[in-house]
Design a protein around this ligand. Sequence first.
Ligand code: P6P
Length: 331
Amino acid sequence: MLNKNLTLGEFIIKNQASFKYSSGELSSLINSIRLAAKIVNHEVNKAGLVDIIGETGGENIQFERQQKLDVYANEKFIKTLINRNIVCGIASEEEDSFISINSIDKNNQNKYVVLIDPLDGSSNIDVNVSVGTIFSIYRRKSKIGSEVELDDFLQYGKDQVAAGYIIYGTSTMLVYSTGNGVNGFTLNPAIGTFYHSHSDLTIPENGNIYSINEGNYLQFPQFVKKYIKYCQEEKNDRPYTSRYIGSLVSDFHRNMIKGGIFLYPETFKNKKGKLRLLYECNPIAFICEQAGGSATNGYKNILDIKPTSLHERIPFYCGSKKMIKDLQNFL
Ligand code: P6P
């Protein structure tokens, strides 16, 4: 039952017991993400007014030009997570390698690692299109109290204990799951509080929206080309529509609410796909499956793919279960 007066903080406390590892650490971890989200939201919302738009001139490990807000968001999330002393390791899409908290605090006994894409879709900032933060939380595999290791971050997506995103859109929302369904919280900017606006979010079994950058059409694998033509064929009762924002969080969120399929195949430029398994695909796939949808690289469930490197990219298809099945029928 949705109680829109319930704040995110109250929701976390109310549901803490239902979380199998309810040690309170995860709750304070979600709370620290909430704080960082408000700070970043404040900057994103006024990006047009201050000198924070535009490029730093630097590049991240993906050789992508870094936007100033990328760097700002990255610093804010990392600092908040470290200051709250609730994780033992952090990996960010904007950082070459992972951060071991034990190297800062020898007595660190925390058991969670966080992987984060601090500001996804940042190329849209200058044109005032919504962007997002994506996060993924795992329990460490290595011994508590020791330095975290790469394997603590290269875990199967199915082993996430929580995942979520913040969408800085017409309103700012935090959507997350700890494995018991998906809930959405909308920020009331006047008082800086997130309220429970979407209870037990479920993606429709079928839909008529397909989201893909059709500028790359000639480079798509055959099964994707056939699926797009299938969507475009004259249909008596279900003419499909194409919607593409170019910001994963926004495209996914719309499809989750309305039903739809998001596709990012491999292209000549990105032979393994563009989206990152750890920072984008695993958390979005976790939420998609928790909402009753499917997520695949075309052949395997995303959550069953063993990561081999921090910045690994893969082809990514996710959304309404029936639409994913229709796509795979063309394989
Ligand atoms: P393209 C944003 O840069 C991003 O990583 C995702 O948020 C988005 O879905 C995708 O890239 C858009 O890529 O090649 O269509 O501009």
